[in-house]
Ligand binder design. Structure first.
Ligand code: HEC
Ligand code: HEC
Ligand code: HEC
Length: 460
């Protein structure tokens, strides 16, 4: 075997050592000393911090279903293994009880831990970075005094060796999450507030913006590019485009958006999957003013380039056939058998109880992941005190791959809807993904009796 020339070995070793040393140093450059003193006993500040933590939805990732709030341990699935969220309760041993305000600020906004190592971007610090120190100070008061301390050790990541080293993450941060400040697009105070909430604490882009090769969001603001909030897939859900085209929010009014964020539904649609959790844990708690600001800002986003601004509605020939009992495709038989009882022959459901499938932009969105996942695994609407009870959709995991594909294609292309088609392979992949996915609050229990009732009745 040919030996490597010594010079290359030495150069390689020196290079790696330098890269390592610089990687250790970089996080230090990101950290800040603010000089801010936070009075963690100030009841008003704690209350303000609680509200801000709601707008930032810290609870979503830092809490395991059925476990104590903020105790961490929720796995974030990556193709290479899970990363776990950490305990951010004020427990001194296992949580962040020993964090000073600056330690907390540096972790939340700059992605640097107290021990000066870099955090994985599974924590959305590239978004939080634009939050003013005063707001993070209020959150600090809340986490130190308003949250119950829970002793629960953190879990180490399942990433394979090398990828679980933290120092290369410092380079990731330098390249993909450089220091960023908030730049208002207009001088309108309401739109500016909305832009801030969407871009910063709301971190809407962490689900609704496509990721690049480095897992970075390809745009962190509308000024960056029109790819911002143009839709992406997260946890097997299509977080659809929030821009102005037809498949985005083109057909939504500002009032409908406010209604959606507050109650988790409109007369047409219902929040499901990852978004049901966002509404349940975060937006339902926001003030009318903040919800209006956010909604008004979203309505200013231009259509995604290349996407149709309007789509001419197809003529509806589905409703009459279903009413007349004309079943001319496998999809129509499956729909009549399993779905029509709730979503109705005209596909319009029952306002605020069963969402419409006709004319619902979540149903004919660019790809079918969301529709596929909810059909297989069901779901529950967000539970809020602002509307009726949270209705559930049963799971249809027992249908064959072929039948799932048929019924999904049927609802995406019936009534006035038109959308791309899926095939059996897509169903197989989604089933495989779902078998590994941790359960969330808005998933339905597998033994939901209505599933048995609907399926049982139909089998006879
Ligand atoms: C999208 C998921 C997500 C959200 C939302 C989120 N976090 Fe995190 N957070 C994580 C993950 C995952 C980690 C661990 C990352 C790692 O180990 O590198 C983390 C780590 C942290 C840490 C570092 C703790 C330590 O061990 O040093 C702090 C502090 C923190 N988060 C605070 C917050 C606060 C405050 C909010 C709300 C403003 C928040 N997080 C929202 C996922 C999230
Ligand atoms: C954890 C991931 C996640 C985050 C964070 C998130 N969303 Fe979503 N969002 C989704 C998914 C998935 C859907 C598709 C499901 C649905 O339509 O209810 C969605 C759907 C939506 C819809 C359309 C609903 C429909 O039925 O057509 C709106 C509007 C929306 N999100 C706004 C926001 C805003 C504003 C934010 C930030 C405050 C945000 N989302 C943050 C995942 C997310
Ligand atoms: C027992 C009543 C019921 C039956 C039967 C039912 N659904 Fe649903 N469906 C719902 C409810 C309730 C929701 C809202 C769930 C949520 O928000 O998580 C929903 C949501 C949906 C959605 C997402 C639309 C949106 O905006 O929320 C799709 C797509 C869907 N159902 C497809 C189907 C298909 C396909 C079938 C038949 C295979 C079916 N449903 C059978 C009650 C039902």
């Amino acid at each position: 075997m040919k030996k490597w020339p010594r010079i290359i070995i030495i150069a390689g070793a020196v290079g790696l050592a330098l890269a390592f040393a610089l990687g250790q140093l970089l996080p230090n450059l990101r950290t800040k000393t603010s000089g801010i003193e936070v009075d963690i006993t100030d009841a008003q500040l704690i209350k303000k911090g609680e509200y801000i933590a709601r707008t930032a939805d810290c609870i979503a990732c830092h809490t395991v279903l059925g476990d104590e709030d903020f105790a961490g341990g929720l796995p974030m699935l990556t193709p290479l293994g899970a990363i776990y969220s950490t305990n951010i309760t004020p427990d001194k041993e296992t949580g962040i009880g020993n964090y000073s305000f600056d330690d907390f600020n540096n972790a939340t906004k700059h992605g640097v831990r107290k021990d000066k190592s870099a955090l994985y971007p599974a924590m959305p610090y590239p978004s939080y970075q634009i939050m003013p120190d005063e707001d993070v100070a209020a959150m600090y008061a809340y986490f130190m005094s308003g949250v119950k301390a829970v002793k629960q050790a953190n879990k180490t990541s399942e990433l394979p060796p090398v990828l679980n080293w933290r120092w290369p993450l410092a380079y990731w941060q330098a390249i993909f999450a450089p220091e960023r400040t908030f730049v208002p697009e207009t001088d309108d105070p309401v739109l500016t507030r909305g832009q801030y909430l969407v871009e910063g604490p709301g971190h809407c882009g962490s689900c609704h913006t496509e990721r690049g090769i480095g897992f970075q969001e390809v745009a962190l603001s509308n000024a960056d590019s029109e790819q911002y909030l143009s839709g992406a897939v997260i946890d097997g859900w299509r977080a659809k485009s929030l821009r102005g085209e037809h498949r985005g929010l083109g057909t939504w009014s500002t009032a409908e958006l406010v209604d959606f964020f507050k109650t988790g539904r409109t007369d047409i649609t219902a929040a499901f999957g990852a978004m049901a959790e966002v509404v349940e844990d975060s937006t339902q708690y926001m003030t009318e003013e903040d919800l209006y600001a956010m909604s008004a800002y979203l309505k200013t986003l231009s259509p995604t380039p290349g996407e149709p601004v309007t789509i001419v509605a197809k003529e509806d020939v589905t409703t009459q056939k279903l009413l007349d009992g004309v079943y001319d495709s496998r999809g129509s038989i499956l729909y009549a058998e399993y779905c029509q009882i709730c979503h109705r022959a005209d596909g319009k459901g029952v306002p605020r109880i069963f969402p419409a499938l006709e004319g619902n932009s979540a149903v004919y969105s660019r790809d079918a992941d969301s529709v596929l996942q909810i059909t297989l695994s069901g779901g529950r609407m967000p539970d809020t005190p602002h509307d009726r009870m949270a209705f559930t959709m049963p799971e249809f995991i027992n249908l064959s791959d072929a039948d799932i594909a048929e019924v999904v294609n049927y609802i995406r292309n019936s009534w006035t809807n038109s959308a791309s088609k899926i095939d059996i392979d897509d169903v197989v992949q989604m089933r495989h993904f779902l078998s590994k996915k941790p359960k969330t609050a808005t998933d339905v229990a597998p033994d939901l009796s209505i599933t048995a009732a609907v399926q049982g009745a139909n089998r006879e």
